[in-house]
Design a protein around this ligand. Structure first.
Ligand code: ZN
Length: 336
């Protein structure tokens, strides 16, 4: 339907969507104002997406808080600074500071307001002020939609900061979205707590105890693995013969390379240590001409679909399946 000037149309605001936008957008004003007033950081970028709302804070601006020698006091936003800004933003929200919009026809008039950002337009300027105009929580030119008071934002929560092109990017949420974010994170913690039979408050201690136990278990495992590989090295020396093949189900390829390092000088010809679950053969020899392991992978094992390679004294061949591995071992043991 084509519209012509003077037509009347009926429109309806999607209020849930509008209010969600208003909460997030006004929250962005207040957080930007807090970072600016506390640290002199300027908001140089703003993104309000479905997944996240972010602002990029730059301390390389003229209003940045300075050291006595004139250098900027802050290079980037730390987590502590972000938490201080979050606290200040929520103070403004909880004080239910009024949010008003004033309209100015010229730049000169608008510039009488305590603006956070320089104006980029000359006429028909709307200026949004949050709180007392003599000491506002935020004041800047804006044509967005805002609630009539800060209390309607409900809450503002920062949940991540990261460096971005010399600036600091703040990820946060406001209002209904902040509540959903809190609920999701709480549910995750609650589920982890239930799995660990722990209250959420005890989770850090519980996690530290788990890490310690995990470290002890790994140490024990390494000690036992070392004994196992040492014993297997001795056994290999006892049964050593050219083209020997040994199968392993409980040692990894890395374990077999540890054995290979020890047994290599005692190998008169190539031998094959097979890590069965990984369909991988570790070849070992003393490396003399004609017994090179890397060459065997290239010249023989690759013919059975193996990938891999290595040095003269040891090499690995990874087979696509058990049947290829078995065919290779047949060829390996019958090779002259
Ligand atoms: Zn605005």
């Amino acid at each position: 339907m084509l519209l012509t000037p003077g037509d009347t149309v009926e429109m309806e605001i999607d209020w849930d969507n509008r209010f969600d936008n208003m909460q997030r957008h006004a929250g962005e004003h207040i957080l930007s104002g807090a970072v600016y007033r506390l640290f002199g950081g300027a908001n140089r970028g703003f993104h309000m997406g479905e997944d996240a709302i972010t602002i990029d804070i730059d301390f390389r601006c003229e209003d940045s808080v300075r050291n006595p020698d004139g250098s900027p006091r802050y290079e980037r936003l730390t987590w502590e600074m972000a938490m201080a800004a979050e606290q200040e933003a929520n103070r403004v929200i909880m004080s239910d500071a009024p949010i008003r919009t004033d309209y100015f026809s010229t730049r000169e008039e608008a510039e009488k307001m305590p603006l956070r950002k320089k104006l980029r337009i000359d006429r028909d300027i709307s200026v949004v002020t949050i709180g007392d105009p003599d000491n506002p929580a935020d004041c800047c030119a804006c044509c967005g939609t805002h609630p009539s008071s800060a209390g309607q934002i409900g809450i503002l929560k920062i949940y991540r900061i990261e460096p971005n092109k010399g600036m600091s990017r703040i990820f946060f949420e406001c209002g209904g979205r902040a509540l959903r974010h809190y609920r999701d994170q709480f549910n995750t913690l609650y589920d982890i707590g239930t799995a660990l039979s722990s209250g959420i408050g005890e989770l850090p201690a519980k996690f530290a105890a788990y890490e310690e136990k995990n470290r002890e278990t790994l140490e024990t495992l390494h000690r036992l693995k070392r004994r196992l590989t040492e014993a297997e090295t001795e056994e290999l020396r006892r049964v050593m013969k050219p083209r020997l093949v040994r199968h392993y189900t409980d040692l990894t390829v890395d374990d077999l390379f540890q054995i290979a390092k020890r047994i290599s000088p005692d190998c008169p010809d190539r031998i094959a240590l097979v890590a069965d679950p990984a369909c991988t053969v570790v070849l070992v020899s003393d490396g003399r001409p004609g017994t090179e392991c890397g060459a065997c992978v290239k010249e023989l094992a690759s013919g059975f679909g193996a990938r891999g390679g290595g040095k003269k004294e040891s090499a690995r061949a990874i087979f696509p399946d058990r049947a290829s591995l078995d065919r290779f071992l047949n060829a390996f043991t019958s090779e002259e």
